[in-house]
Design a protein around this ligand. Structure first.
Ligand code: FE2
Length: 372
């Protein structure tokens, strides 16, 4: 793609600093778009935010990105299948014809139904650009300038830029789709493991689901990213997965454990981390599972980590796990009230639990929408 940059920028450099500045602005915008696309977490965000970014960058009046799904159809908000079909036909025509890929006046390519669905006006000059990765189409970019019927509403110096943008967008969509496939298979693994634990220990299954719900609220409180939130919830569901390796006589023992039995029980955090560490997409939750019984005063297990040595996700799970265990009770221990459990958390804040996490957890109960 670099030949476009050379061909475009060289003649303008000799004409004055204004053209050079415009070139620099465009390349800077392109570089920013590239960084922006790398950080995008969902397809929806990519569609919405990239469209605004590109619209401003190219100074067009209209920019929409359409994603082609694996079933060969586009995502549309419209429920009118007839009009969806009309637009899809146009996109298909454009992607198969080099001539149609140039900027055109609407009458030449889009019929009225397609125009309505896309929200374009009659006098708009539009440009439909297929987004491809290695010969496979992943979407379509539609640009338009309002009240402009001339063919050159998009000046030739825009062509190289749009080409590069389409290239970046196509790759970003493809990357995001691959990530979503990986996430979906990770979710399936998490649910399968969670079910396995539930079969082995019904109490742990229900307890873990409650923890995941609390963890999601805590993630929102601490403003964690989408990925961090997802991983925290997965870790909450699987924090005790290592218990599937604990023998029944210890796992289901109704009374207190002996010293040896307690040592066996404590191994569940290491066993759990070991189970998930090699599973694709779950690598990051291994450290949370490993450290969910660490204490901020260093007296926890298995490594005796202190304070900030403990991953944030593990500090959160330590608090919500203890609260849930206290309020749920055990075969050998009556459940405590919400107030008693909160008092216990506050008493051990700075010893067993991170003070910022205890404070956050307690404050969540003050919010009207925080329903356990
Ligand atoms: Fe545990």
């Amino acid at each position: 793609m670099t030949h476009y940059i050379e061909n475009y920028s060289y003649p303008y450099k000799t004409r004055g600093s204004g053209a050079v500045t415009r070139t620099t602005e465009k390349l800077t915008g392109l570089s920013r778009l590239s960084h922006f696309l790398v950080g995008i977490e969902t397809i929806d965000t990519l569609i919405e935010r990239s469209a605004v970014y590109i619209r401003d960058m190219l100074r067009v009046d209209y920019c929409r990105i359409f994603i082609l799904s694996s079933d060969g159809h586009y995502f549309f908000k419209s429920k009118q299948s007839e009009t969806v079909e009309a637009v899809e036909k146009v996109f298909e025509l454009v992607s198969s014809s080099k001539e149609a890929q140039k900027p055109s006046s609407l009458e030449q390519v889009l019929d009225i139904r397609a125009r309505e669905l896309l929200g374009l006006k009659i006098r708009d000059c539009h440009w439909i650009i297929p987004l491809c990765v290695e010969q496979s189409q992943v979407g379509t970019l539609v640009l338009a300038k309002t009240n402009s019927t001339e063919i050159d509403a998009f000046p030739p110096d825009t062509y190289y830029l749009v080409d590069l943008i389409a290239d970046q967008l196509g790759n970003a969509i493809h990357r995001r789709q691959l990530n979503e496939q990986l996430e979906n298979s990770s979710i399936e693994i998490v649910l399968a493991l969670s079910k396995t634990l539930e079969t082995r220990d019904p109490y742990s299954g229900a307890h873990s689901k409650r923890l995941a719900s609390f963890s999601e609220k805590m993630a929102r409180y601490f403003n964690l990213s989408g990925r961090e939130t997802r991983e925290l919830c997965w870790a909450a569901l699987l924090h005790d997965i290592g218990k599937i390796g604990i023998e029944d006589s210890i796992l289901h023992k109704p009374g207190s454990l002996t010293t040896r039995e307690w040592e066996v029980m404590k191994s569940h955090s290491e066993v759990g981390a070991h189970i998930v560490q090699d599973l694709s997409g779950l690598e990051n939750i291994a450290s949370i599972i490993l450290s969910h019984h660490e204490r901020v005063d260093g007296k926890g297990y298995p490594q005796g980590l202190m304070g900030d040595q403990i991953p944030m996700g593990a500090k959160i799970i330590a608090v919500v796990d203890s609260y849930s265990a206290m309020t749920e009770g055990r075969v050998y221990k009556a459940p405590r009230s919400h107030e008693e459990a909160i008092l216990e958390l506050e008493k051990n804040s700075g010893l067993m639990y991170a003070p910022e996490v205890v404070n956050a957890f307690v404050s969540l109960f003050d919010e009207s929408d925080f329903v356990d």
